[in-house]
Write a protein that binds this ligand. Structure first.
Ligand SMILES: Nc1ncnc2c1ncn2[C@@H]1O[C@H](COP(=O)(O)OP(=O)(O)OP(=O)(O)O)[C@@H](O)[C@H]1O
Ligand SMILES: [Mg+2]
Length: 645
């Protein structure tokens, strides 16, 4: 026991020691030496933030990346490693945000603008802002004048008349003015000898209100501009005169967030008067001082976020033009890419104490619902196909990869993703289905159930409600059944891939012979024979290829495979999507036994029992089910599939 406590004390002391050892404390003169050595310690807020994020790594995705090739609007896209593990399918939003910071870092007009993240509930606006603020907390220390509530850049002590020379000497730019508190001390305590002013080192901290300030939305009554700019300390007013800086409590958001970030949460929920300070803060980089003092310098990144309804309301009033003109708006839509949406829930579940068994496809099915709810219908294809195209999948119809250009689909609806089911709705349904389970498992079936209950309880708009229920009860349910059907069949056919491969080999032989109008030689008997067209047809009709489209399909397949072989690529039954699908369906439909074994559980004979338990074992060992979830989906399949076989 004793030993353990002293271990803790060692840790604490060691950490404290490390901290002290490094911290700088000296006069402005000494600080000048520090800057001369490393001019990079002097930075304006936007540049500091931009640099920290970029230092974590930038990865350029180009045509070698599948998502970039298929899904992004540009040939190349920069992604920022700092966001990689936290945010999914938001590359465009992050890129726009970083472009804003970059221009601002170069002192472009953006450095005098508010960054506004606009999007529907649960789209990740707050999470993104949090993550950006956290970047500052990881930053190297920065320096400020001791006792300065604004923690201003020490170089601001250099008088205007000397700045040019100092800038040359140090290789940095000097911007802004000292705070009234510093000015008072300089005159009254240091007799103007600014080189003696103490400089200290500090770090950003949201909790300690150093360089990071958050302004929550406030109702009209509690809204007081002192939240933004600080106030006069009334208790000091009988000691000092009203214009004495010593009465100032400079603890408003623009004071605290100086040199870092000021965040406005749900910004337009506030009364407009409250926001007027934003105008001077951006345009002049100064905010009013409480009382009768001169304006106070401010250098910081202003990030605001809000939902569309409030934005529309705000925008429609022309008296708000002055603020509107100072806003750079970035849309934060919901994710429309299924695989990325799934990752959001994986992330959230990994972070929670959730330790239930999650059956395969559960998060996919839940994500399908949110993504589908966000998509606008199109004439070009059904909604499920649209979802797959947005997910970069090749959709096969009548044996060919469906050629619908993702760009055309996107063009049709510029505002897609700004409405629909939110990430929180899905998380709640996942939680709900867990608490409803007495077995500690969640499955696609239980999630579909709880989503349905939740839609009935919470979606009031009649049209949406009908549409969502149809998605759940028809579109997604059917898609799930078809996923389940082929999965069960795969689990059932032990030598699935060998069988598929041999079907593939014969298909290719026969199709080639058919296309080149030649004969085929039997491998065993060496006998020559005509290509077996009925076999070819049996495979093709699995994916709806009939009549005149057969010839085209056969020559497509043959040409494709031979082109691959010429390039030295290995080919197997998965090489060509449509053919793979046809072969799988063929296999599945030829195994009629599956139905009998899965469904007629009471009348299984010994051999069937053996097959059933083999199948369950494959589902558990290879697909990630457990006993209970395998049982649940098999029962569901038995009740809903193979009805008429
Ligand atoms: N694309 C995404 N990648 C990763 N996580 C996401 C994504 N979209 C949403 N989330 C997660 O969803 C949750 C809700 O997001 P958040 O609270 O940031 O939404 P919001 O846009 O601020 O919504 P509101 O308008 O309701 O405040 C967060 O835990 C966030 O991490
Ligand atoms: Mg939020």
């Amino acid at each position: 026991m004793k030993r353990k406590t002293s271990n803790f004390l060692d840790l604490i002391k060691a950490q404290r020691g490390r901290k002290k050892e490094k911290k700088f404390s000296g006069t402005l003169l000494e600080y000048l030496g520090l800057v001369k050595e490393d001019p990079k310690i002097v930075k304006l807020a936007h540049k500091r933030l931009y640099d920290i994020i970029v230092e974590q790594g930038v990865t350029v995705l180009d045509h070698t990346n599948e998502r970039c090739r298929k899904l992004f609007e540009y040939d190349k896209i920069q992604t920022f490693d700092y966001f990689q593990k936290e945010f999914f399918g938001m590359e465009n939003v992050i890129l726009k945000t970083m472009n804003f910071l970059q221009s601002a870092a170069f002192r472009g007009e953006e450095s005098r603008q508010v960054l506004l993240l606009l999007g529907p509930v649960g789209a990740g606006k707050s999470a993104l802002t949090e993550h950006i603020k956290r970047a500052l907390e990881m930053a190297d220390p920065y320096y400020h004048l001791k006792g300065d509530p604004l923690r201003g850049e020490p170089l601001q002590l250099i008088p205007r008349s000397l700045r040019h020379e100092f800038e040359e000497l140090l290789g940095v730019k000097i911007e802004g003015d000292i705070s009234p508190i510093v000015r008072y001390r300089l005159i009254n305590e240091l007799e103007g000898k600014y080189e003696d002013y103490e400089v200290v080192e500090t770090t950003f901290s949201q909790r300690a209100r150093r360089g990071i300030a958050v302004v929550p939305p406030m109702d009209a009554n509690s809204q007081d501009v002192s939240v933004l700019i600080g106030s006069e300390d009334i208790s000091k007013l009988d000691k000092y005169s009203e214009d004495d800086p010593r009465v100032l409590s400079l603890n408003g958001a623009f004071n605290v967030g100086n040199r870092g970030i000021v965040e406005f949460v749900e910004v337009f929920k506030n009364e407009i008067d409250f926001l007027h300070t934003i105008i001077t803060a951006t345009q002049e980089k100064r905010v009013p001082s409480p009382g009768k003092n001169d304006m106070i310098y401010f250098d910081g990144v202003i990030i605001a976020h809000c939902n569309e309804a409030e934005w529309n309301k705000f925008q429609s009033e022309h008296t708000n033009e002055a603020i509107l003109d100072r806003i750079v708006k970035i849309d934060v839509p919901y994710v429309l890419e299924l695989n990325q949406e799934i990752k959001i829930y994986e992330k959230q579940l990994n972070r929670s104490d959730f330790d239930a068994h999650i059956a395969p496809h559960t998060l996919k099915i839940a994500s399908m619902f949110s993504v589908l709810s966000r998509l606008k219908p199109t004439e070009k294809c059904d909604i499920l196909t649209k979802m797959k195209i947005y997910n970069g999948e090749s959709v096969i119809e009548k044996g060919r990869v469906k050629k619908i250009d993702i760009k055309d689909l996107r063009e049709e609806n510029r505002f897609e993703g700004m409405s629909g089911i939110s990430t929180r709705f899905i998380m709640k349904a996942i939680d709900r289905s867990l608490s409803a389970s007495d077995k500690g498992i969640i499955t696609p079936i239980s999630v579909l159930d709880s989503l349905t209950v939740q839609v009935k309880e919470q979606i009031i708009n009649e049209d949406n409600r009908t549409r969502y229920l149809e998605l759940l009860q028809k579109v997604i349910r059917e898609e799930f059944l078809s996923i389940l059907e082929s999965e069960i069949a795969k689990a059932f056919i032990a030598a699935y891939s060998e069988q598929a491969q041999s079907l593939f080999d014969s298909y290719l032989d026969h199709a080639e012979a058919y296309t080149t109008k030649s004969r085929i030689r039997d491998q065993v008997t060496k006998e020559e024979m005509e290509p077996d067209e009925s076999f070819l047809r049996a495979i093709e009709e699995q994916i709806g290829i009939t009549g005149s489209s057969r010839d085209g399909f056969r020559s497509d397949v043959t040409a494709y495979m031979f082109a691959k072989m010429r390039h030295g690529d290995k080919i197997d039954y998965t090489s060509y999507g449509p053919l793979k699908e046809a072969i799988e369906y063929y296999l599945i439909s030829s195994v009629k036994d599956i139905a009998r074994i899965v469904t007629k559980s009471k009348t299984r004979d010994d051999e069937q029992k053996q097959k059933y338990s083999d199948m369950v074992r494959t589902m558990i060992n290879e697909y990630g089910y457990n006993e209970l979830s395998a049982e649940e989906v098999l029962t569901f399949a038995a009740n809903n599939l193979w009805r008429d076989s």
